[in-house]
Design a protein around this ligand. Structure first.
Ligand SMILES: [Fe+2]
Length: 484
């Protein structure tokens, strides 16, 4: 059924757009390759090796120091620009092994797509090839084009400072000039440390400027970003460029762990947009057409990232639900943090009072989250700021006891799951609507550029909800959980 549905979607997209617009480039060679239940865009082998793993420290130096473009501005022709990387993102591909994922897109099929990287102060670069694959994208007129996604996974030393750049050394030979990104200073972290922090960001969609303001305050403070979806407004490439390229100076030097929201498939276009812009370790059970689910471990915390675009009757599909249960039960991390876009418990228009998806997800998940001692659930979609009391397996609030440590109130071993929304890190703000006040410790409207900084230090987890406005960083709420 999924194959048929996906084919119908693709055919309807083509008919819709081909009927009312002039011919689109390459539509005559618009071909798909079926693989499993997914329909993949025709793949083409890019450059280099299929496995880029290995230590970048002391690896082979194929390119030497012959390319010293640095960050000088190099004029590129229109043809040369087609090889220049765009929408570069970095992820924690396998955080426990200090393997980082890189993804970028180019208009043209790369001749030799590489990442050149060296420890700060080193003379020569190590060079790693990326895998490149042809993929479909929509432009702002919803016309269909192709570009090429390039991905690599590279093992780096922990707690080290690197310089890297992504470029096409094949195109460089062809055109006689450097075609690539600026050089980036990238600091790796000790991903096994039980003392770390991350920023929960969400729903940036129509606010790349507000996202940038937030990132200017976050990037050098936390170890990674966790985005609960609606990264962009529409699944069109210009929105991705607006959001990512305009914030290159931040997003190129901090990993972002993201899940898809409904806007990544706005209009029902399941065109692999999230997969095409991020490099995560995705379990085989997960489709990648409308986003994907995955998990990772950082220090003493397990992060489970769900895909609420992947629903059946408003509940997680059997494949995703079974995977989730196994992830929860097979985990011995001190902290369990679940992230999803559509909320179970929130206070806005998509919240818990009468939204059918929220109610269905509650029915399906509230008991397994509580039974498996999930600590917090990070939610998006509602653009509001809220925190529930600890909710038990029936979704009812449990009493809390508090203790104050360094001026912050900590909930002492809460007997239930605390569900959070932390506003919009973009520009689309919303306020609370009707909600069950018995469930929520606090609820308020977000302002533009809102996020939370969440730090874990052994058995304490601290949440600070912030926003950035008119050049001033303000704190909404500050609280924590103490599991000592
Ligand atoms: Fe949403």
């Amino acid at each position: 059924m999924k194959k048929i549905f996906a084919l119908i979607c693709i055919i309807s997209i083509l008919l819709t757009f081909s009927a009312c617009r002039k011919p689109i480039i390459e539509t005559s060679t618009f071909t798909y390759v079926e693989k499993g239940e997914e329909i993949l865009i025709e793949g083409t082998a890019g450059s280099g090796n299929s496995n880029n793993l290995g230590s970048a420290n002391g690896g082979s130096n194929e390119n030497g120091s012959s390319n010293d473009a640095g960050n000088e501005i190099i004029e590129l022709s229109e043809e040369e620009m087609r090889y220049k990387p765009t929408t570069l993102t970095v992820t924690l591909y396998d955080s426990q092994k200090s393997i980082y994922g890189f993804t970028y897109n180019t208009t043209e099929n790369p001749i030799k797509a590489v990442i050149q990287i060296k420890k700060k102060g080193a003379d020569s670069w190590s060079e790693y090839a990326l895998n490149s694959k042809k993929a479909l994208y929509f432009d702002s007129e919803w016309q269909i084009f192709y570009h090429y996604i390039s991905k690599a996974e590279i093992k780096l030393d922990a707690s080290s400072t690197y310089i890297y750049r992504v470029c096409d050394t094949g195109a460089q030979k062809k055109f006689g000039k450097y075609i690539g990104s600026e050089e980036v200073t990238f600091k790796t972290k000790n991903t096994k440390s039980n003392s770390f922090s991350f920023a929960h960001i969400s729903d940036t969609q129509r606010g790349s400027e507000q996202f940038g303001l937030s990132l200017s305050k976050i990037t050098d403070k936390v170890d990674f970003l966790l985005h609960t979806g609606d990264i962009i407004q529409n699944p069109i490439e210009s929105d991705w460029k607006d959001m990512i390229d305009n914030n290159f100076k931040y997003l190129s030097r901090i990993p972002m762990m993201a899940i898809a929201g409904n806007h990544e498939v706005n209009g029902g276009f399941k065109n692999y947009d999230t997969y095409n812009h991020f490099n995560n370790s995705i379990p085989p059970q997960s489709s990648t057409a409308s986003g994907y689910f995955y998990s990772f471990v950082y220090g003493n915390a397990k992060f489970i990232m769900l895909n609420t675009n992947d629903l059946n009757g408003n509940k997680l599909t059997t494949e995703q639900y079974d995977w989730l249960v196994n992830e929860l039960k097979s985990n011995d991390s001190k902290w369990k943090i679940v992230s999803l876009h559509n909320p179970l418990y929130s206070v806005g228009i998509w919240g818990s009072t009468n939204n059918t998806i929220a109610l269905a997800l509650q029915e399906q998940l509230k008991s397994i989250f509580a039974q498996n001692k999930v600590d917090i659930v990070l939610q998006g979609h509602d653009h509001t700021i809220s925190r529930t009391y600890p909710l038990n397996e029936n979704g009812l609030p449990e009493n809390e006891t508090f203790e104050t440590i360094n001026g912050i109130e900590y909930s002492k071993n809460p007997n239930g799951v605390i569900y959070l929304t932390n506003g919009t890190t973009g520009s689309v703000t919303r306020g609370p609507e009707n909600y069950d006040k018995a469930l929520f410790k606090y609820a308020t409207a977000s302002k533009e550029a809102t996020w939370s900084e969440i730090s874990i230090d052994g058995d304490k987890l601290t949440v600070v909800v912030k926003h950035y406005d008119l050049g001033k960083e303000s704190v909404y709420y500050k609280w924590g959980i103490n599991k000592s």
